[in-house]
Each structure stands twice: as structure tokens, then as C-alpha cells.
Design a protein. Structure first.
Lengths: 260, 549
């Protein structure tokens, strides 16, 4: 594992119209790691991802991808990073093939046709090559966005609620490919409310709540800090305990109150 | 970037061809497409024929005439940005924001993409203008027109970006300067008329004579000849020279080069300003964050919710559309104030008060018929992405339709009512005439709004759709409305003698005018109700799964 992080976020702040959305977030993601970004709605997960993707500028702090600063060197960052939003924006009238061709041209992908064919088959889109994006179902649009993201082999992958709309086969393929990409050296950030998925795939957890970083570490550390190292206790229970820190309740108390 | 652009442009072209093919994919679509093609041929053919057969203008007159709309468009953008500050320097669509702005492209490359989009959308406009100006064209006209239109589009972009870069104080100063200049122009132009009228005891007649003697065209051309204005208008006179082929080949070619230089300079300036805007935006955000001055939301007022949402059944829908309209109040006000001002000369210059009043009311009605529906489309037409939600509402289609149409109808009626009352008071016409005009206006407005929505529900489109499809759709809409209005006019003509007979035959000797007017109002109301009924039926049968737009 490389000593230089692929994704580095230091003292990141973001404010919309003066209202803070994210405050003092810092973390590093090294090559081969898969980080689950968890937190309740409005925690700042999407804002962090969009800032890392160079879509919205940070108000303060530094963000870098593969050693390039997101703000001052946006092009090399974007060439090495893929961001799949929860509701992918695609050109409505362009077909599946058109989107892949555009991505291949934009990111200067070698052997694009071969790679595209493999990805389309993998995500069961090969029958939809000539279908316009607006005529695809929600899940297929998600699959197309993932195919476009994978096409240029980015070193950093950001997924925001990637399972939305996917069928069981699509979910399985996505999980498998995420692990494969990480094994090949990519750094992956996955924002999801599906904690079972986070537990399945992620090695570490970044927890945000009300724009603040509550935790960053391994799943084991997360369990220890907010509940128990006992594997029988689900991540969901630990999460509830973690988001209820005002009263500092343990997972057992949460479980008991839930049982009532 | 160039190869990426080619890929995208080619893909877009293929997408257009697919859409064209799709227009003939079902019998219903084929029928409409054929109808549109026929109508387009009829209208365009007629226009082309009338353009080709008209006498050409005198070269100097043509040159000045060409400069006028170019200069007017330039002024419009200066005023527009002073009135309503753009929310962002460049408006990217969500997919452009994700794939172009979010893609690995430098700012310059993103702007090149934008310029290419502008150029491709300018070419059809230039082609259409060439057709209109055909008898007066010279060898340099096509290039001149394209350069002039591209230049104006770039200026529009420049104005948007430039204004976005200003801080609040600078923007207020700019707005003040524009308002001051406008007031100055009105004062300078209006002063001679006022002074002449004030020295004459029959001042009103003097103004009327003046207005009659001066055609608007002459007034605008003489405005362009004003010393100060002519300096500002130099680029437009140069463009007009190229379009009109005014001068020797060498001088026209030189002016063409000058236009190219101006366009290139504007492109460069846009690039610079856009970079400045990107930095200004984040600097402003950081300053606010550091100073801790948090923004405040603009929650809907409780009063609004209490009054509008309590309207039985469709209240929430009306409230929603009202909130939407309130957000665009600035542009709404402009879209209503400009035609109202354009009616003033007619109202002032026509001698007979009743005729002047009727002309003003009919002018406003014509505007409501042609252009206002586009400005007040806070109905189904802006809800192309929300038809699913509307279908899911626990309301009958009738209530949904009423809720959806209420806001544009109300806005149009208010516009008409203000014109009617103001014109009536100014020309001191009979109150009954004002009342009659108001009563006739309401069903007509309902009819216009219902027709627009009916066409949308039968053949839905996105609100931002542009290009040939939008043009053909406009032709279709205009034709359908014209046919309906002509039918109504025919029905009124037939009704006139019939009303006279009824009035005579009635045992209580009713006044003919009363019978005639009440018949018209009843007829219009029934027609409007039928149109609304058709909208209800269209919404009821609207299949969201079929109309993927």
C-alpha cells in the first residue's frame, strides 16, 4: 500500500450563503481502501463528494486527489477521479453508446470500444446501446453512469448512493466491481444509507453528522467506539448509537429502547 | 477538446435525426407531424413569397433599418441585466454541469463548447433572417448576419457574466446608471413634444399631430443619428454596412475583419471575466463564512398559505403556481410593462376616445394571444417533469386542471384589466364600455391559456426546448389559435343579425346591443368552458409512461 494518500481532505469547510454545511472535515484515503461515508440526511456527505469532484469549490481547507489540488489543478484531478451522483445527469437524447463515446473522447481512453463492450455486458446494458438516456429506466441510467465512470479507470472513485434503482444482479455486480477496482489500486468513497452494503464492502468508515466529522477509522474501531466489538451486533445498531451521542447511549440501550 | 466536441456534436446531430424519425413513429405522431409540415410550408411559403416579391429598400434606408434591431437588442440586454441580476454567470443545464463543467475540461474549453453551441443555434436564425431580407441582400450579407448575431449572443453572455462579477454596491450603481440614462433618453426625446404642446393652447392636438407625422421608424432612425447615440452605435452601423454591402468590396471586407476582431475580443473578455467570476464567487463565499453572516431562507409567508391553500380542493396547486410566479415577478413585470408602454402612442394619437380605447384593448388582447402565454406559463407547460406527481394527487382531473390554470389566467386577466381601466380613465370613455371589455376579456384569456395547455398535454415538450421543433410547434399553436379566433369572429358576425331579430321579437323590447353583447359573452364563456373541458379530458387520458419527454 502506498504511503501517499490518493484522496486527501484537510480542514474542509463548505458554507452555502454563509450557512455552514460541512465543518472541519479531514481524512485520507489510501490506494486500495474502500471508505463508507455514513451519516443522517443533511450530514454533508454529498457536499464533501461534490467538492472532491471539483463541482463545487470548498469554502476553506484543502482537497487533493492523487497529489493534485482540487482547486488549483482541477483538470488532472478530474482526469483521475470519477464521481457517480445519486441521480446521474446524462444528456437525455444521447444514446448509451454516445455517452460512452463522449466519455472515451473526453478522458482519452485507449481501447475504448473493447472496454465499453466489456462494461456494457457486465452491467447488462449491451442490448440498450442505441437507446437514448431519457428512455432508460432509473436503474439503467445508474448503470450507464457507472459504466462511464469505470471506462477510464480512475484512481479515485466516488459513489453517492450507488445502489439507488439497481436490480439485485446490478447490486451484486457493482459490489464485486468496487472490490475489484480497489484491489487494483483505486481509492473508493461510497456514501450510502444502506449500512449492510457498507459493512459488506467497506474497510473503513467516515461518519458525518450535521456537517461535522464524528468518526474516521476501521469498522472494528467504529464498533468499539460506539458499541461493541461483538460481530453479532449489526452496524445499523452501532450507527443508531453513534448518531445518538448527545445522550451517550450504548448500542445495548438503543437496542433496548428499540425493543420497547 | 476539439475531438470531444466533434463527438458530442455528432451525437447530438444523430439524436436530432432520431427524434425526427420518432415524429413519424405512430399514427398520432405522423398525423401531427404532417400537419406541422403542411402548415410550415403554408406559412413559410407565404412569408417567403411576400419577402421575395417586395420592393427592395433604398440602400441607405436599408442600412439604417438593419442597424436599428441590432442596437435595440444590445440596449435590451443592458436594461435586462440591470433589472434582473442573473443567478449565475453561465447557465449550464444539469447534464452540462455534470459532464462538461464536471469533466476534465479547462475553463477555456468549457467556453469553447459554449461558443460552438451559440454558433450552431445562430445559423438557423441567420438563415431565417436572410430569407426575410432577401431582396436587399448583397454578397456580404450572410457573413455579416452571422457575425452580427453571434456578436449579439456573445454580448448577452458578456452582460450576464459582467453583472455576476459585480458586488452588491457596484450592481446598485449600475442599475442606477441605467435607470438614469433611460430617464434621460425619455426626457430628451419627450422634451420637444412637451414644449411644443405647452406653447399651444390645444396641446393635446399638437401631440397627436406630432405623433401622427412621425412614424416610429423615423423616430428610431433619428434617435440613432443623435451624436452621442451614434458613437455607441458605431459597431452596429459597421455590422449594418456589412449586411447591406454598403461601400466598396475592400471597405466591406475591412469591416468584416473589424467585426471578427470585435467578436474575438468579446470571446477573450468573456474568458477573462468568467475566470474573475469564478474567483469572485468563492472569495465572496469565504468572506461571508469568515464574517459569520449566514444567509436567511425565504420561507413562504403564513398568510399566503392560509389564504391560497384554503381554497377548496385545488388551493394547494394554485398556491404552488403562485409561489412560482412570485419568484419571477421581475421578468413578469417587464413582460407586461413593455407592451403596455407600446400601446401608449396608439392611445394618445387616435382622436376618437372610444376607438383609441378599443385599439389599446385589442392590442393588449393580441399580445395576450401571441406572446403573454409564454411569459405566464405557470401551468402544465412548466410541469413537464412533474406530471407524474400531478397524476398521483388525490384530486379529480377537473380540480387539478383548474388549480394549474388559475395562476396564468389570473395574471393575464390582471394585465388586461389594468390596460382596460387605465386606457378607459385616460380617454374618459363610458364605464359601460370598460366593463364590457373586461367581461369579454376574461373568457378569452381562459380560452387562450386552455388552448396552450391542451396542445401541451396532447404533444408535450420540455419548457427549454428550442430550435426547429419549437419553431414548428409555435406555427402549429399560432395556426390553431388563429383558426379558432377566426371561427369566433365569424360566429360573432353571424350572431349580429340574429341578435337584432331576437331583440325585436322579444316581447319586452330588449336593446339590440345588450342582446348582442350578452350573446358574445355567453358564447365565449361556453367556448372557454369547452376548452377547459378538453384540457381536463387530455389530462385524464395523459399517459405518463407513453409521453417520455
Amino acid at each position: 500500500m502506498s504511503a501517499v494518500p490518493i484522496i486527501s481532505v484537510a480542514n474542509f469547510h463548505k458554507a452555502y450563503e454563509g450557512v455552514p454545511a460541512v465543518e472541519e472535515v479531514s481524512f485520507d484515503v489510501f490506494s486500495g481502501r474502500i471508505i463508507g461515508v455514513v451519516g443522517p440526511n443533511g450530514a454533508g456527505k454529498t457536499t464533501t463528494m461534490r467538492s472532491l469532484a471539483g463541482i463545487i469549490p470548498p469554502t476553506a481547507g484543502s482537497l487533493s486527489v492523487a497529489g493534485f489540488d482540487v482547486e488549483s489543478q482541477p483538470i488532472p484531478v478530474k482526469q483521475r477521479l470519477a464521481y457517480v451522483p445519486d441521480d446521474p445527469s446524462l444528456f437525455p437524447n444521447l444514446t448509451v453508446s454516445d455517452h460512452l463515446a463522449f466519455t472515451a473522447a473526453a478522458y482519452k481512453v485507449d481501447n475504448a470500444d473493447r472496454k465499453a463492450a466489456v462494461l456494457l455486458k457486465q452491467f447488462e446494458l449491451d442490448q440498450k446501446r442505441d437507446t437514448a438516456a431519457k428512455d432508460l429506466s432509473r436503474g439503467m441510467r445508474q448503470k450507464l453512469a457507472i459504466c462511464c465512470a469505470y471506462l477510464y479507470d480512475p484512481v479515485a472513485l466516488l459513489f453517492d448512493e450507488p445502489l439507488t434503482g439497481l436490480d439485485p444482479m446490478g447490486i451484486r455486480t457493482l459490489k464485486r466491481t468496487i472490490v475489484e477496482r480497489a484491489a487494483a489500486g483505486a481509492a473508493v468513497l461510497i456514501s450510502s444509507h444502506l449500512l449492510a452494503m457498507v459493512e459488506d464492502v467497506c474497510s473503513r468508515i467516515l461518519m458525518l453528522d450535521h456537517g461535522q466529522q464524528k468518526f474516521f477509522g476501521t469498522v472494528g474501531e467504529f464498533r468499539q467506539k460506539f458499541g461493541s466489538a461483538d460481530d453479532d451486533v449489526s452496524l445499523e445498531q452501532i450507527f443508531f448509537a453513534a448518531t445518538d451521542q448527545s445522550g451517550i447511549r450504548t448500542h445495548q440501550e438503543v437496542a433496548v429502547s428499540g425493543a420497547r | 477538446m476539439r475531438s470531444v466536441l466533434c463527438v458530442l456534436l455528432k451525437a447530438n446531430l444523430r439524436a436530432r435525426l432520431r427524434r425526427l424519425k420518432r415524429a413519424f413513429s405512430t399514427p398520432r405522431r405522423t398525423l401531427l407531424s404532417l400537419l406541422v409540415v403542411i402548415l410550415a410550408f403554408v406559412w413559410t411559403g407565404q412569408t417567403v413569397a411576400s419577402m421575395l416579391l417586395r420592393e427592395p429598400y433604398a440602400p441607405d434606408e436599408f442600412r439604417q433599418w438593419v442597424a436599428v434591431p441590432l442596437f435595440a437588442w444590445f440596449l435590451w440586454h443592458i436594461i435586462r441585466v440591470a433589472w434582473k441580476r442573473p443567478e449565475t454567470a453561465i447557465e449550464w443545464s444539469p447534464e452540462e454541469e455534470a459532464l462538461i463543467v464536471g469533466g476534465p475540461f479547462a475553463t477555456g474549453e468549457q467556453l469553447v463548447y459554449r461558443f460552438v453551441v451559440i454558433l450552431t443555434s445562430t445559423l438557423p436564425k441567420a438563415l431565417l433572417t436572410i430569407l426575410v431580407l432577401w431582396p436587399d441582400l448583397s454578397w456580404s450579407s450572410p457573413i455579416g448576419l452571422i457575425l452580427a448575431l453571434v456578436g449579439l449572443e456573445l454580448f448577452r453572455m458578456l452582460a450576464d457574466i459582467g453583472i455576476s462579477c459585480l458586488n452588491d454596491r457596484a450592481f446598485r450603481m449600475y442599475r442606477l446608471a441605467v435607470v438614469g440614462s433611460l430617464a434621460g433618453i425619455v426626457f430628451v426625446c419627450g422634451l420637444p413634444s412637451i414644449s411644443e404642446s405647452s406653447t399651444n393652447p390645444t396641446g393635446t392636438d399638437q401631440i397627436v399631430d406630432l405623433a401622427r407625422s412621425q412614424q416610429p421608424s423615423t423616430l428610431i432612425v433619428s434617435f440613432l443619428q443623435n451624436e452621442t447615440v451614434s458613437v455607441v452605435a458605431v459597431p452596429f452601423l459597421v455590422a449594418a454596412d456589412v449586411i447591406a454591402g454598403h461601400g466598396t468590396i475592400a471597405s466591406v471586407a475591412g469591416k468584416m475583419v473589424a467585426m471578427l476582431v470585435v467578436i474575438a475580443a468579446m470571446g477573450g473578455l468573456i474568458g477573462q471575466l468568467y475566470s474573475v467570476w469564478l474567483m469572485t464567487r468563492i472569495r465572496h463565499e469565504r468572506r461571508r463564512w469568515k464574517s459569520g453572516s449566514g444567509g436567511s431562507c425565504d420561507p413562504p409567508s403564513v398568510a399566503d398559505q392560509l389564504t391560497l391553500t384554503r381554497i377548496p380542493a385545488c388551493g394547494p396547486l394554485i398556491w404552488r403556481q403562485y409561489r412560482r410566479a412570485a419568484r419571477y415577478r421581475g421578468s413578469l413585470l417587464i413582460s407586461m410593462a413593455i407592451p403596455a408602454m407600446l400601446l401608449i402612442p396608439t392611445l394618445v394619437s387616435v382622436q376618437d376616445p372610444a376607438v383609441a380605447f378599443l385599439l389599446a384593448v385589442c392590442g393588449a388582447l393580441f399580445y395576450t394571444f401571441v406572446l403573454l402565454p409564454e411569459a405566464v406559463k405557470f401551468d402544465f407547460r412548466l410541469d413537464s417533469d412533474h406530471l407524474c406527481q400531478l397524476k398521483m394527487l388525490p384530486m379529480t382531473p377537473t380540480r387539478i386542471v383548474v388549480g394549474q390554470l388559475a395562476t396564468p389566467v389570473l395574471l393575464s386577466v390582471v394585465f388586461q384589466a389594468v390596460i382596460c381601466v387605465a386606457a378607459g380613465i385616460y380617454r374618459s370613455v363610458d364605464v359601460q364600455l370598460i366593463f364590457a371589455a373586461l367581461v369579454i376579456t376574461v373568457p378569452l384569456v381562459v380560452l387562450f391559456v386552455a388552448l396552450d395547455n391542451l396542445m401541451f398535454l396532447l404533444y408535450p415538450q420540455r419548457p427549454t426546448q428550442e430550435g426547429l421543433e419549437a419553431f414548428l410547434r409555435t406555427i402549429l399553436k399560432f395556426t390553431a389559435k388563429s383558426v379558432l379566433l377566426a371561427s369566433l369572429a365569424g360566429a360573432i358576425l353571424l350572431w349580429a343579425p340574429l341578435a337584432a331579430v331576437i331583440a325585436q321579437e322579444f316581447p319586452m323590447a330588449l336593446p339590440v346591443v345588450g342582446v348582442f353583447a350578452s350573446g358574445i359573452v355567453t358564447g365565449l364563456t361556453v367556448t372557454a368552458a369547452l376548452a377547459v373541458g378538453c384540457v381536463v379530458a387530455a389530462f385524464h387520458r395523459f399517459d405518463v409512461s407513453l409521453h417520455v419527454i
